[in-house]
Ligand binder design. Sequence first.
Ligand code: HDE
Length: 707
Amino acid sequence: MKNQRENKKVQQIDDHVIDNNGRLLTTNDGVPIEDNNNMLKAGERGPALIEDFIYQDKMAHFDRERIPERVVHARGSGAHGIFEATADISKYTKASFLKKGTVTPLFVRFSTVAGFKGSTDLARDVRGFSVKFYTEDGNYDLVGNNIPVFFIQDAMNFPDLVHAVKPEPNNEMPQAASAHDTFWDFISLMPEAAHMVMWTMSDRAIPRSFRMMEGFGVHTFKFVNAEGKGTFVKFHWKPKLGVHSVAWNEAQKISGFDADFHRRDLWENIEKGNFPQWDLGVQLVPEEDEHKFSFDLLDATKIVPEELVPVEIIGTMTLNRNPENFFAETEQIAFDPGRIVPGIDLTNDPLLQGRVFSYADTQNYRLGGPNFHEIPINRSVNGKFNNQKDGFGRQDILKGNVSYFPNSLGGGCPYHAMLKGEDGFKSHEEKVDGKKVRRRSTSFADHFTQARLFFNSQSKPEQEHMINAYSFELSKVNSVDVRKRELAILNQIDKELAARVGANLGIEPASELDELTLQFARQNHPEYPIKTPKPEVEKSAALSMKTKPGEGTIETRKVAFLIADGVSKKSIDKMKTALEEEGAEAVLISTNVGKVKFKEGGTADIEFSYLTEASVCYDAFYTPEGDSVSVLQDEPDYLHFINEGFRHCKAIAFATGAEKLIDGTYLSKNKDSGVIFESDGNLIEDFIKTMKGHRVWERENTRKVPS
Ligand code: HDE
């Protein structure tokens, strides 16, 4: 019973899975094809004949194989899974899939925002975190991001934001990057973006893995209970593996070595049975408390600090199945924040209101018409019963002569829920009374308080990374005026941040906002800058990645064992066993693929070599003992692995006899933190402990190592 819906969804997909195995090649009409190599010609060396329907069938389909890519979030990776509700929250919502114990099938799509479909996974960018729940009351889409706020407050500015961040229109450069003039020009004129930009300049924008990032609904939504009472709700996804990032220098290199790094990581881990999990948490605010805070709940550039409203866990999501086909599922899935189910409702957040139009509209265009709900990945497990008909790509065959409402000839069907006293979706009854205006509420006019809160809540290394990220991005901006304008914004957030970035740009930050920035801000708030309300908290531990749960596990982390012929099997095995007990994976990398010879005799199969692998794709490094050490001494790629691993603050361990290899690297004998020598004692414990800390970020400033 529990898994009935999941089985139904699997069945829906399976019904459409085609297996060519053992089949005769046919045309799209099922006609067997005798020769798939040659067009029909008038003679062996003659012209092609127009009657060749077999060639036309093949080529006409090929010519139409591409559909428009998503205008944003084009690059994405998806997986199937389930959600299990674990808490009784019926007091707040009647949503059937949130009833304790209910298991609901779902599909998730993670994405970057700015890059094209074929762009790198490791761009500095926001990540999309979209979940389609196939509930018993129809599909519910929670279309969020890995950052809890957004750049803008009103949907009207969205096309401009996207035009500014996408490659510049004259030369279509740069790909998947915000480090260019038009983005910072726009951002420096929009002080409301200050908070979100702090997040995108933080390590949140370069995750180690999709499996290690948080997700947020961003907007405030509403829960509605069986009595029709509403409660404001913010959604949070908390990954069981913790929240982790890579270093920026590392991200740039991963983009070259493996542009599919995140996609591959998700796919491979699901294939291996390492099913990623997230807890779903909610922050609940009673309707009566709507105006209780120093910020507006309807403003998507604001968070609700967890110190004010704690996050309560209400369920767990597990991703347990890779798609059968990327295009049919990950590409064709159609998300829409306007797809809600009874028990959940929208609020008047002007960004959310605007999104509700845009998504359905975009799907109609991207998927070629109004029948995209019939694509297997988009189908509700309830089926759909209404009087809509025809249109491009219609697949359902509606019986009978009735396709209108009301009708008597069809027995009045499909019938209204209310006619039979059943429950249908009912919008939460909210009094709305206002003049028709194009204006923004003054309660949306404080742009810097939460940007400051975010910066103050970061650990020292996280702050350093942000200073470096702003410096990198603004150095890539050619316009000095734009650099100055942004520095003036940073100066409103934090003086040291502005001064440090300014020093890297050779500019003294201005103490006041630029006149142009003020002009634009005053278009929305004529009285700008307003007197800012006193914030409830100055720091929030939950905003630092350092404090996230999951810290302390090395599950699924990849450890490179750097070996060559003559390596000691014993030295490999003892470390491998210890790591595997902790759920980590040992990957043998040698001078060539094929076989490696052990010191003790015998061989092991090798899939990865220094030629194909790069240190940036691994979490930690171990050099076992053996005669391999003298081979590695002269292996430049080995030495590079170690230097780069050091630069990127990863754990590095050397077995007895291997420590002398550091002579060829930038590492020092004076015990750099996170570099472990077996000769010092606790090789395995110290290595695992260092890995559990994810990275030794402090190392960045203590020793400078080129890579
Ligand atoms: Fe989107 N967004 N968005 N967005 N968005 C799209 O829909 C849009 C916003 C988000 O994996 C598009 O199917 C507007 C916020 C994700 O398929 C489009 C506004 C948040 C995805 C669109 C926003 C998001 C999209 C492009 C401002 C976080 C990928 C293709 C009002 C809460 C979904 C498509 C997937 C995709 C419009 C702002 C998240 C054009 C108008 C805020 C995760 O419809």
